[in-house]
Design a protein around this ligand. Structure first.
Ligand SMILES: NC(=O)c1ccc[n+]([C@@H]2O[C@H](COP(=O)([O-])OP(=O)(O)OC[C@H]3O[C@@H](n4cnc5c(N)ncnc54)[C@H](OP(=O)(O)O)[C@@H]3O)[C@@H](O)[C@H]2O)c1
Length: 346
């Protein structure tokens, strides 16, 4: 348990921030509620009596320093991360505390590795970007599937979402990422990120029962193309999105609606991971409910492992590099169910 240590949550009143605050409390940490909007912070404190709120802005480093005072770690839930990640990592480095974020923006995650790897390592500080459903979970699953392999020819991550009602933060982040890549598409092939204008293919992905085969959009590239190659030698990393969920995202009809006491929506997910090396395939599948809600136990478990010394490295690192991936995934039960079949010949 968290033994009452303070963990700062930047963007605490956002949709994902609220799940993270609740998860920290459940695990015995004391969340410090950080955000740029004083009124939204006050409303959150009214709903969460006994917690401390601190207004801070990414444009004002001194406000970030005051907000992180006494925090053992910070979780950044405020996106677009193109704007927030850099200033928050800087503040965490000044404070000498670990930094974890839930960024799904490919460009922002690339920046975090590029700009902070050396300084974070030199400072002995841990920075974990994309420690959420997209980026972190796929990396943990691929790392687990690889097992004793040190390299693989291909990693495929297929997202079987029953629906996708995006939050305002998701839409804003998608727009920022799209602008940053000049409206072009991105994929990871031949060991590097590649920009392109090709139409995205629609194909059928053989999700295991009970979901079964589903129509998916290929090269629907997610943050896994940053996290996985950051530490695993895989030439091709491909991600796929259930066609229905991709259509929901484009339509952006409504935000997620809570259907249970935890505030989760009725969205279900299957993340089916397949890695290939030579003629052998390995597969790991995870299932759960609500991609925003599951990001909270992912981020909080990461912070807990960092604060209790269960890490393998320092500096900027993705989940699979810094944590014992199978052990981490087991710790997410009952939020996540795992299925790990035996190797098959591909
Ligand atoms: N990797 C993943 O799987 C994953 C999972 C969950 C969320 N995310 C990402 O996390 C981010 C938040 O998502 P959400 O669902 O929580 O969205 P949300 O409910 O719309 O919340 C967005 C939060 O970010 C804050 N924010 C935005 N720009 C800011 C800035 N410049 N300075 C300070 N705060 C700022 C907002 O504060 P204001 O209200 O004051 O604007 C709000 O607290 C998005 O980028 C989303 O893509 C990723």
């Amino acid at each position: 348990m968290g033994s009452g240590r303070n963990v700062a949550v930047f963007g605490a009143y956002g949709h994902t921030g609220r799940f993270v605050v609740a998860e920290l409390r459940e695990r015995g940490y004391v969340p410090l509620l950080l955000g740029r909007d004083q009124d939204k912070l006050l409303a959150l404190v009214q709903a969460q009596p006994g917690l401390e709120a601190r207004q801070a802005s990414v444009d004002d480093p001194a406000s970030l320093d005051r907000a992180l005072n006494g925090a053992a770690a910070v979780i950044n839930c405020a996106g677009p991360f193109a704007t927030t990640a850099g200033p928050l990592v800087e503040a965490a480095l000044r404070a000498g505390i670990p930094y974890v974020d839930v960024a799904a923006e490919i460009e922002a995650n690339v920046d975090t590795f590029a700009h902070f790897a050396e300084r974070a390592r030199a400072a002995g500080t841990v920075v974990v970007p994309a420690m959420a459903f997209y980026g972190g979970l796929g990396d943990l699953l691929v790392t687990t599937a690889m097992g004793d392999w040190t390299a693989a020819d291909e990693a495929h991550i297929a997202y079987g979402l029953s629906s996708w009602h995006p939050t305002a933060g998701t839409l804003a982040s998608g727009m920022v990422s799209g602008q940053r890549r000049g409206g072009r598409r991105i994929r990871y092939t031949g060991g590097q990120l590649e920009y392109h204008d090709d139409a995205l293919p629609t194909l059928e992905w053989p999700f295991p029962a009970p979901l079964g085969p589903q129509s998916v959009i290929g090269e629907f590239t997610m943050a896994d193309v940053v996290t996985i190659p950051s530490h695993l030698a895989v030439q091709e990393v491909r991600t796929y999105m259930a066609a229905k969920a991709a259509a929901d995202l484009s339509a952006a009809t409504s935000a997620p609606i809570a259907v249970d006491e935890r505030g989760r929506s009725d969205q279900t997910f299957v993340v089916d991971v397949l890695v290939r090396s030579g003629g052998t395939e390995r597969r790991v599948t995870a299932t759960g409910q609500d991609i925003y809600a599951i990001s909270a136990p992912l981020a909080v478990e990461a912070v807990d492992r960092v604060l209790t010394g269960r890490t393998r490295t320092t500096g900027v690192a993705s989940a699979g590099a810094i944590f014992d991936a199978p052990d981490f995934l087991r710790a997410l039960f009952p939020h996540l169910s795992l299925h790990v079949p035996l190797d098959t010949r591909g």
